[in-house]
Design a binder for this molecule. Structure first.
Ligand code: FE
Length: 131
């Protein structure tokens, strides 16, 4: 992953404006507007910035929130976490460990047994369906 872009200008050459806004500026796509919130096929979800494998379709579920929702990331260490105090809330931001790209937030209102809901922007992800 040594070829991960470093500067905003480098990122702008490989990301769409929406991907750049979400991944590099911590933006949020509007609910129910992303390409993947209702994706139900089996497959894997990679970081749209650096290609790192982040989520399995097996962990995706229909949360009804309008963003792709997962109960967990695919392996420990694929995602990292920061406290986000913007907008008068205390939330836990989820980022791609490899490129530090903003993915979304993780909440504690997910289904049992884990109870976690990774609420992730479609723009942060690329979906690779199984063969
Ligand atoms: Fe990444």
């Amino acid at each position: 992953m040594s070829d991960i872009p470093k500067t905003p200008a480098e990122w702008r050459t490989i990301l769409t404006p929406m991907q750049f806004h979400v991944l590099r500026e911590k933006g949020t796509e509007r609910a129910f507007t992303g390409a993947l919130w209702n994706e139900k096929s089996s497959g894997k979800y990679h970081c749209a910035g650096c290609g790192a494998l982040l989520f399995s379709g097996e962990a995706k579920y229909a949360s009804g929130c309008g963003w792709p929702s997962f109960t967990q990331s695919i392996v420990d260490g694929a995602t990292a976490y920061n406290t986000d105090r913007t907008f008068g809330m205390r939330r836990v931001e989820v980022v791609c460990t490899a490129c530090d790209g903003h993915l979304g937030h993780v909440f504690n209102d997910g289904p049992p047994p884990l109870g976690t809901r990774y609420c992730i922007n479609s723009a942060s992800l690329t979906f690779h369906p199984d063969e």
